[in-house]
Design a protein around this ligand. Structure first.
Ligand SMILES: Cc1cc2nc3c(=O)[nH]c(=O)nc-3n(C[C@H](O)[C@H](O)[C@H](O)COP(=O)(O)OP(=O)(O)OC[C@H]3O[C@@H](n4cnc5c(N)ncnc54)[C@H](O)[C@@H]3O)c2cc1C
Length: 163
């Protein structure tokens, strides 16, 4: 990654005068797997709960969403409506992890066959840019995957026809 970045900087005249101050890698904890996220009075949220989306690496949305769910469950617990905080884990697995699992499927498929991703992005009637890059969360990843499965034969046929 560092070599690629150096090559990119060298290839861009506008960046030649810039000085690199600090360069370090950071793992993004991609989600999509069921896990226990509560123990006693401790809840894991956001990155600590592995809740970044495996398709684009977005974690801010899910960090905030998990915080809201945690707040709900804590309030319910403090009101005496819950015996413990295990409902937090159940809600995260139900409301977020299933969604991230679909994102993981999408990522596994497209990142393994990037040329299919390129073909899809070139299709006019199927506005892939919108679908994949801008609004996957708005539609939810299950819908994105279903559209992909539906459209893929047509996209491949069109590409073969066009040579
Ligand atoms: C390079 C990079 C680019 C990214 N780009 C995007 C993006 O474009 N869009 C997107 O949605 N997501 C992006 N992400 C992911 C996103 O940053 C994280 O998923 C998100 O910040 C997770 O929020 P969080 O609150 O769970 O954790 P964090 O934002 O990491 O917050 C945890 C905080 O806890 C503090 N902390 C740690 N240990 C202690 C301690 N012992 N005591 C007190 N404080 C402590 C840390 O200093 C930190 O401030 C990116 C991540 C990286 C690394």
């Amino acid at each position: 990654m560092k070599d690629t970045l150096s090559r990119f900087i060298a290839s861009q005249p506008v960046l030649h005068d810039c000085q690199t101050l600090s360069l370090r890698g950071q793992l993004i904890p991609l989600g999509g797997r069921i896990a226990a996220l509560d123990r006693g009075r401790i809840l894991l949220l956001g990155d600590a709960a592995n809740l970044a989306d495996p398709w684009l690496g977005e974690g801010i949305f899910y960090a905030i969403r998990s915080a809201r769910i945690a707040a709900d469950e804590m309030i319910n617990f403090l009101k005496g409506n819950l015996a413990d905080l295990s409902s937090y884990t159940s809600r995260i697995n139900l409301e977020i992890v299933g969604h991230l699992r679909q994102a993981r499927l999408l990522a596994r498929f497209i990142y393994q066959f990037p040329w299919i991703g390129v073909l899809i992005t070139q299709q006019e009637p199927f506005d892939a840019a919108d679908h994949f890059w801008r609004h996957p969360r708005r539609q939810n990843f299950r819908q994105v995957n279903q559209t992909l499965v539906r459209q893929l034969p047509t996209i491949l046929a069109q590409t073969l026809r066009g040579g």
